[in-house]
Write a protein that binds this ligand. Structure first.
Ligand SMILES: Nc1nc2c(ncn2[C@@H]2O[C@H](COP(=O)(O)OP(=O)(O)OP(=O)(O)O)[C@@H](O)[C@H]2O)c(=O)[nH]1
Ligand SMILES: [Mg+2]
Length: 377
C-alpha cells in the first residue's frame, strides 16, 4: 500500500489534495487536528494519512458508501458497504480475527480423529460462556450443532459455530435515499458511549467520500464543552452545525438544514436510570420526523447494563444499535445477547477514536467471528 500525508485548512481541502494526487480510489487511513504557529496566531489544520492499494482489486475500503452497483457517483442512492473478511479488508480490522484456518489448525493439533465428541461441544459451551454469551443462547447454539451432528467434523466445527451465531444476529444496512432528503438520523444513549464521536465520523464520511450535504443539530446544551467539541469539528470539516437550546427551537433549526441530504442529531448523554432526564431529551425530538434512531451502547458494558439501557431508551423508538469501543472490549457475547433477545439490528460498530476511519458497518459474519475468536484476550 502506498501511504502519504496531506494537510489542509479543512478536512475537505486535505481530502481533495489527496484525491488529486493519489486518485479517486485512495482512502483516508487516519486524520488528526494539529496546530501551527503563524504570524496571525495559532492556526488549526487537518492532517490526513491516506493510503492506496497497489492493485485495483484491493481498493474498496470497509466503510465506503456505494450505490447498489458498487459505484460512488453522486446523485444516486447509496448504502454503506458491509465489511467482509476478504483479502481486500483493512489490515487493522483483519487483525481482530483469528482466521478460520488458524482456528482449525489449533483443533487439528489437539484431536486425533475427525469426528466430533461431546467434549468438543462442552469446550464450545465453555468458550461461549467465557465470551459472555448467556446460557440460554449457548444452549440454543449447542442444540443447533446437535441437529447437524452427522455433518460435523473437527475441521468444520468452528465454521458451524460461527454460522449458528451469525444466524442469531440481526444487522441492518445504513441506506440513504437521496430522493427523500433530508434523511434524519438521531443518536441516543447513556453518557460517554461515543455518540458525538460517531456523529462526527458518519458526517465526515457522508461529506468527504460521498459528496453528501451533511448537517448536524446538537441538542446537547447540558454538558460543559459539548457544543465546543462539535463546533471545532464542524469548523474544520466545513459541516454546518446548529444548536437547539430549547425544545421549541428544534423545528426552526431543522428547517434551516432542510436542504441537506442528511442531518445527524446529537443528543445529551443521560443515565438510563433517570427517566425524567430521558423524557426531557425526548421533548426535543417529539416535534420532528426522525428516519433512524440509533441507540449507542459501549461494547465494554455488561449485558445487564445494556438490557437496562434498551428498556429505558425504548421510549425513543429505537431502530438500530451502534456498538462503540469494540477496540476496548474483552468479550463480545453481549452483542449477541442483546441483538438476539431484543431482535434489534446492529447497524455500526466503532473501533477507535479516529475520525472518520474508526467505524464499520455491521456484518453478521464479522461479529460472529469477533464473539467466537479463540484467543483469551
Ligand atoms: N477507544 C474508543 N474510544 C472511543 C470510541 N468512540 C468514542 N470514543 C471516545 O469516548 C469518549 C467519549 O466520546 P463522546 O463521543 O464524547 O461520547 P458521548 O456519548 O457523545 O458523550 P456524552 O455526550 O457526554 O454523553 C471520547 O474520548 C471518545 O474519543 C471508540 O470506538 N473507541
Ligand atoms: Mg456527546
Amino acid at each position: 500500500m502506498k501511504i502519504k500525508k496531506f494537510e489542509g485548512r479543512t478536512l475537505q481541502e486535505a481530502a481533495e489534495l489527496m484525491r488529486k494526487e493519489m486518485g479517486k480510489d485512495s482512502v483516508i487511513l487516519s486524520s488528526k487536528i494539529l496546530e501551527k504557529n503563524t504570524p496571525h496566531g495559532v492556526m488549526k489544520y487537518f492532517e490526513i494519512t491516506s493510503g492506496k492499494e497497489d492493485t485495483k482489486h484491493e481498493a474498496l475500503d470497509s466503510h465506503v458508501l456505494v450505490d447498489e452497483k458498487g459505484e460512488t457517483a453522486p446523485g444516486k442512492n447509496f448504502i454503506l458497504k458491509k465489511y467482509t473478511e476478504t483479502e481486500n479488508a483493512d489490515k487493522r480490522e483483519t487483525s481482530f480475527l483469528l482466521s478460520k484456518e488458524k482456528v482449525t489448525d489449533v483443533k487439528n493439533f489437539t484431536r486425533e480423529n475427525n469426528t466430533v465428541q461431546q467434549s468438543d461441544l462442552d469446550e464450545i459451551s465453555e468458550i461461549l460462556s467465557f465470551k459472555e454469551v448467556q446460557q440460554p443462547i449457548v444452549k440454543l447454539i449447542i442444540q443447533q450443532l446437535l441437529k447437524s451432528k452427522n455433518l460435523l467434523t473437527q475441521r468444520n466445527l468452528d465454521d458451524y459455530v460461527v454460522s449458528c451465531i451469525s444466524s442469531m444476529l440481526h444487522t441492518k444496512e445504513f441506506y440513504v435515499d437521496k430522493k427523500k432528503k433530508p434523511m434524519v438520523v438521531a443518536l441516543v444513549g447513556p453518557t460517554g458511549v461515543g455518540k458525538t464521536t460517531s456523529i462526527a465520523k458518519l458526517a465526515a464520511i457522508s461529506k468527504i467520500l460521498h459528496n453528501l450535504e451533511a448537517g448536524i443539530l446538537s441538542i446537547d446544551t447540558y454538558r460543559l464543552g459539548a457544543i465546543d467539541q462539535l463546533r471545532i469539528f464542524s469548523e474544520i470539516s466545513n459541516i454546518e452545525m446548529l444548536v437547539a437550546y430549547e425544545p421549541k427551537e428544534v423545528v426552526s433549526q431543522m428547517n434551516k438544514l432542510k436542504k441537506k441530504d442528511i442531518i445527524f442529531i446529537d443528543t445529551v448523554g443521560r443515565s438510563q436510570k433517570n427517566t425524567a432526564e430521558l423524557k426531557s431529551i425526548k421533548s426535543y425530538l417529539d416535534g420532528i420526523r426522525i428516519d433512524e434512531t440509533i441507540l449507542v451502547l459501549s461494547s465494554t458494558s455488561s449485558t445487564k447494563n445494556m438490557y437496562e439501557s434498551i428498556d429505558k431508551f425504548k421510549m425513543f423508538g429505537i431502530n438500530s444499535i451502534l456498538f462503540s469501543k469494540i477496540d476496548e472490549a474483552a468479550a463480545f457475547g453481549n452483542i449477541l445477547n442483546v441483538s438476539h433477545d431484543f431482535e434489534l439490528p446492529v447497524i455500526f460498530l466503532t473501533n477507535g477514536q479516529i475520525i472518520p476511519d474508526d467505524i464499520i458497518s455491521a456484518d453478521k459474519d464479522y461479529i460472529a467471528k469477533l464473539i467466537y475468536r479463540r484467543s483469551l484476550v
